[in-house]
Design a protein around this ligand. Sequence first.
Ligand code: AMP
Ligand code: ZN
Length: 454
Amino acid sequence: MSSSHLCTSPHVLGIESSCDDTGVAIVGRNGKILSNCIHSPLKEHLTLGGIIPVIAKEFHLMNIDKVANKAFQESKLQSIASDIDAIAVTTRPGLDFSLKVGLNYAKRLVKKYSKPLIPIHHMQAHALMPLLENRSIKFPFMALLVSGGHCLLSIAKRYNEFELLGESRDDAPGDVLDKIARRLKLRNLGPPFDRISGGAAIELLSRREDADRFKYFASSDGNYPMAQHQDCTFSFSAYRSMFDKFVPVIDTLWARGDRDVLQQELGHVCASLQRVMLIQIAKRLQRAIMYYRMFWKYENEAVFASDGDTSHLGFELRKLVEEDDSCIDVVVSGGVAANKYLVDGIRLACEKGFETNNRVFAPSKALCSDNGLMIAWNGMLKYQDYLDRGDQHYSSNQTNLNCDIHQSVIVDSSQMDLLDRQATCPIGRDISESIRMKSMKLQKLNHPEFKIKR
Ligand code: AMP
Ligand code: ZN
């Protein structure tokens, strides 16, 4: 397979099918968007009360070909054979059945048209999405991913190298929002609540209400879950148990049928839930940024401890940090990043609440949740690197047994057969323990938005 003619205008087709949405997109050089098509069976899943993996698989099987054809037509390219240079597909992490549909489809395409196959890590693709819209974001950057399946903080060192600072030990924020929205029976409020996600419904109701009323989600000491843990671990399951206590209040309001009173009370519940989630996320981000400034930056730049001994660094580094105003770009992505209140709150914390002023980037609303474009874009980043480095580098890598096939641009069809999906896979090397060991104390976030009032 020759790539000589491709250098002038590579086009990458990306396929996403890791959860419920079937997405296919095509990007050109430097991320020019040629098409971005999606089939989202949200309404059907809402009716079923959540995503059921075997049903999600059936939707993918029914739609993937249609979505791919539509994406190709919209791109105005002439043919896959002549105009598409590589095919990228989500291989990990995600629902096993769903991943399988996309991967099998991608394998059929690459074999039929003799194209390279580019495996994509779904969470890395979410983190890299904002770079498509804003090229001023600098590596390393902090990636906060909030979605229906994940909540994690990581540092993106390069487009294919991430370090995990912390993640949720239980539920993901989107999952909690969806479950609480279901128990609040928000769908029964009618349009548009019967066709939007639980998270979007909670945001819509919150806007009109007063988030200061914390009678619902405040813990007994007025703190957020895991506050006593000096790390970047999240926990969202507590909100569900706090919520259990007042389900009867809401049920009574539904039974009474006074729409105004009901909607007002629902608004308070939703607004206070958003507020407590924001506070937890902002505090975790504050610690992650502090860790970056005080330790990560220096350890990675190898300024100190050339002998590898970093045990004495705390004091020395703290002295230095007093004069250091280094900041790091923060990217917020994943379905829950569609929440304007949350992203505005994080921006407020980053600009006014933390020790340094950090820029915050989130994808435009439509690109926060799963889509084919993020896969095509990540595929393009890998493919351009492949072209820059030359075929030689990659083919020799692929014969190396230690090489992770998921990190490669795969050109050899026998290698493609070895590629399989992975339902679970961390975003990168886990360095959460190193944060815990630093026992960093955080300053208070003084802005009223971050105070829990009871
Ligand atoms: P993802 O897992 O990335 O596909 O994102 C889906 C999740 O994002 C679901 O749990 C949704 O409830 C959540 N979500 C979508 N829109 C919003 C919003 N405006 N506010 C909060 N959560 C949202
Ligand atoms: Zn996702």
